[in-house]
Design a protein around this ligand. Structure first.
Ligand code: UDP
Ligand code: MG
Length: 335
């Protein structure tokens, strides 16, 4: 576990089966949370796109991760399994969030590659053959990039683009703009992701962190087919904080420089006051400047402490070593 580097290699026999030729299995990883209305249309659209690939030797597993749904999502999935044995269901014990649900799916996938995909058809299944084609050309990661985000509200577009800019400005591992979790990842990438022990999983960042040869295909993102988005403004804000704090310590370190600058300026100002007092004598007024500097410094200090708190909270969550998700039951094979 503590190896200074991780070397992932496939056994030679496996290499022969690499997607360039022969048969391959790809797992679609579908996290679902209260999506009873979306499952049937999703399956229909997905099958239309993946069934033709069977002739080219590519078979699919459909791994649904039921992330603590309180509606009939699980029943719909179990029904769907009767009709299509490629469907597997991992039922989590409660709602753990999309990142954890995806991790559960990736952990239980034994295919040659995996494609995380949303069930609301916002990640269009007709892109899957394009992803597979690039993979067969030898790319280990094939990103599906949103050519435009017009299906999102203006506010969401602006905030997303600000997030990508800020994140990439301060984080070492850049994450590509407008690329969600929808992408194809090769077995080697899945293994690399599995080797990352962290509990708080910002998947977009982790995907970027592991690297590998990457290609990109573009698609237009549609509106959701049924139900509501599960990501409110507040949840997205926290998601953005998660991303930035997971991949950069710049917000922590910046206070060294802010503190140093303010101290230097205060020192100079102090010198000025001493000089003034010596030349012109003591001068009583100064209430306004005193109050402003006390409030300003108080604010700056609280901000700094708050940011330390953001990281400390995450260290605390990490150090508890709780599992990322808990499985209530798996429905696979004959079970
Ligand atoms: N999802 C999940 N757990 C959650 C929230 C969302 O598994 O706690 C799933 C959801 O069912 C969907 C995908 O994650 O398949 C994307 O969610 P959504 O469409 O709400 O996100 P958006 O497209 O608005 O970013
Ligand atoms: Mg969606």
């Amino acid at each position: 576990m503590n190896a200074p580097f991780l070397h992932i290699d496939r056994p030679a026999a496996d290499r022969v089966a690499h997607p360039g030729s022969g048969t391959a299995t790809i797992a679609l990883i579908v996290p679902v949370h209260n999506e009873e209305g979306a499952i049937a249309p999703f399956l229909k659209a997905v099958c239309e796109s993946i069934d033709p690939l069977q002739e080219h030797g590519v078979t699919f597993d459909l791994i649904f991760v039921n992330d603590g749904s309180s509606d009939a999502t699980l029943e719909r999935l179990i029904e769907a399994r009767q009709a299509d044995p490629r469907i597997r269901v991992i039922d989590l014990s409660r709602n753990f969030g999309k990142e954890a649900a995806m991790t559960a799916g990736l952990d239980s996938c034994d295919a040659d590659a995996a494609i995380p995909i949303d069930v609301d058809l916002q990640d269009p299944p007709h892109v899957i053959p394009l992803l597979v084609e690039k993979w067969r050309e030898g790319f280990e990661v094939v990103l599906a990039k949103r050519a435009n985000r017009s299906s999102d509200s203006f506010l969401k577009q602006r905030s997303a683009s600000t997030f990508y800019r800020v994140h990439n400005w301060i984080a070492q591992q850049k994450i590509p703009h407008d690329v969600g979790d929808f992408r194809l990842i090769d077995r080697q990438v899945i293994e690399a992701l599995r080797s990352l022990p962290e509990r708080r999983r910002f998947m977009k960042g982790l995907f970027a962190w592991v690297g590998f040869r990457t290609a990109t295909v573009e698609y237009v993102r549609d509106r959701r087919i049924a139900g509501q988005s599960k990501f409110s403004g507040w949840r997205l804000w926290n998601f953005a904080l998660e991303g930035i704090t997971s991949f950069s310590t710049a917000p922590l370190e910046i206070w060294t420089y802010v503190g140093a600058t303010i101290s230097a300026l205060s020192f100079l100002y102090g010198l000025l006051i001493v000089a003034k007092t010596m030349i012109f004598g003591a001068d009583v007024p100064g209430y306004a400047s005193l109050l402003v500097s006390v409030l300003f410094l108080g604010g700056i200090q609280l901000l700094g402490i708050g940011i330390i708190g953001q990281y400390l909270g995450r260290v605390y969550a990490e150090i508890k070593q709780r599992p990322i998700y808990i499985v209530r039951r798996k429905y696979e094979g004959m079970n």
